[in-house]
Write a protein that binds this ligand. Structure first.
Ligand SMILES: *[C@@H]1O[C@H](CO)[C@@H](O)[C@H](O)[C@H]1NC(C)=O
Length: 305
C-alpha cells in the first residue's frame, strides 16, 4: 500500500511538475495490517522514502475515522487524542524515515483503519494501515445445572476475548452439539463473553466432556474438562469403591515391590559371594599357579596314557 506523493505547488517550483518523474517524489509505505494485543502497546509505523538525502519532514498527521488523533508540525505536537502518543521519527531528514503512532494501552476501540499524511519540503504523501486488535479468551469455566427433564445441563463460559470466538463441546475427540446455540455478549470495553449449554442425558456416565474456546481465526486457546458421573455412581465410588480401589492398586504394588527388592538382594548376594571367592582364591592361585598346574598337568599327562 504505497502511494506516490503529490507535489505541493506552494513549496516546489512550478517547472518541476512537468519534468519530474513520479519516483522523484517522496512516498510513504505502511504495513497493510498492524497487530495489537489488548491491554498492551501497539505501534503503527510507516516508512517515508525519497531519492534525496536532504528531504525533511515538516508535518505528520495521523487520522482515524476522519478525526485527527495526532498532529505534529515542525517537531511539535499540536493535537493529540487521549490514548495516542507521539514518538519522534527515526530521523527528520534523509532518504528513509520511519514515522510512528503509539498506543500505550490498546483497547478494542483503537482497532480499525488509520491514515497517515506526511508533508516534506519536497511534497506530501499519504498511506493507510489497519490496526487489528486481538484479546485472548480466558480458560472456560463449566458449571452444572439440573434441568426439568431429570437430566443435567452443563454451562460453559469464557470471556475477555476479541474478535468473536467460538465455544465447542467435545466428548473425547468427538464434537458434541450444544443446544441452544452459543450466546454472545459484548461488554462495554468491546470484549466478547461466550456461553454455551450442553444437555447431558443418562447412560453417558463414562464420558469425559470438555469445552474448548477457539479464537476468531479458529485457533484453539483453552480447554476445560468436566468428568460427568451419575450421582449413584459417585456415591458408590465414594463409599464402597473407595477402599476396594485402594487395595486394587496397593496389592499389586506390594507384590511388584517385594519382587524387585528380592531380585536386587539376590544380585547383591551373588556379587558379594563372587567377589569374596575371588579375593580368597586369587592370592593362593597366584602364588601356586605355575607350580601346581604344571605338576598336575605333568602328573595327569603321564598318568593318562
Ligand atoms: C488464534 O490462535 C492462533 C493459534 O494460537 C494464533 O496463531 C492466531 O494469531 C490467533 N488469532 C487471533 C485472531 O487471535
Amino acid at each position: 500500500m504505497a502511494s506516490i506523493c503529490i507535489l505541493l505547488i506552494l513549496t516546489v517550483p512550478v517547472i518541476s511538475i512537468g519534468n519530474a518523474a513520479t519516483e522523484d517524489f517522496p512516498n510513504v509505505k505502511c504495513k497493510k495490517e498492524t497487530l495489537g494485543l489488548y491491554g498492551r502497546e501497539s505501534l503503527l509505523e510507516c516508512v517515508v522514502e525519497t531519492p534525496y538525502d536532504d528531504t525533511t519532514i515538516r508535518w505528520i498527521t495521523w487520522i482515524k475515522a476522519s478525526r485527527i488523533v495526532l498532529d505534529v508540525v515542525d517537531k511539535k505536537v499540536i493535537a493529540q487524542e487521549p490514548g495516542y502518543w507521539y514518538d519522534p521519527p527515526s530521523s527528520w531528514t534523509g532518504r528513509r524515515m520511519t514515522v510512528y503512532l503509539r498506543i500505550n494501552k490498546t483497547e478494542v476501540k483503537h482497532g480499525g483503519p488509520y491514515e497517515v499524511k506526511v508533508l516534506t519540503d519536497r511534497g506530501h504523501c499519504t498511506d493507510s494501515t489497519t490496526l487489528q486488535v486481538t484479546a485472548k479468551y480466558q480458560k472456560p469455566t463449566i458449571t452444572e445445572a439440573k434441568n426439568s427433564n431429570n437430566g443435567r445441563t452443563l454451562v460453559c463460559e469464557s470471556g475477555g476475548g476479541f474478535p468473536k470466538g467460538k465455544l465447542l463441546w467435545f466428548d473425547g475427540h468427538k464434537e458434541l452439539i450444544s443446544s441452544p446455540p452459543m450466546e454472545t455478549n459484548q461488554s462495554g470495553n468491546g470484549l466478547f463473553h461466550l456461553r454455551s449449554m450442553l444437555t447431558v442425558g443418562g447412560g453417558s456416565s463414562e464420558a469425559n466432556y470438555s469445552c474448548r474456546v477457539f479464537n476468531f481465526s479458529g485457533g484453539r486457546e483453552h480447554e476445560t474438562h468436566f468428568p460427568v458421573l451419575d450421582s449413584a455412581e459417585t456415591q458408590e465410588l465414594g463409599q464402597n469403591e473407595g477402599p476396594n480401589l485402594n487395595t486394587k492398586i496397593v496389592a499389586p504394588l506390594v507384590v511388584i515391590g517385594s519382587l524387585i527388592v528380592g531380585l536386587l538382594l539376590l544380585i547383591l548376594y551373588r556379587r558379594r559371594s563372587q567377589m569374596a571367592r575371588r579375593q580368597s582364591t586369587a592370592p593362593l592361585m597366584g602364588g601356586h599357579l605355575q607350580v601346581p598346574t604344571e605338576d598336575n598337568g605333568g602328573v595327569g599327562a603321564s598318568h593318562d596314557p
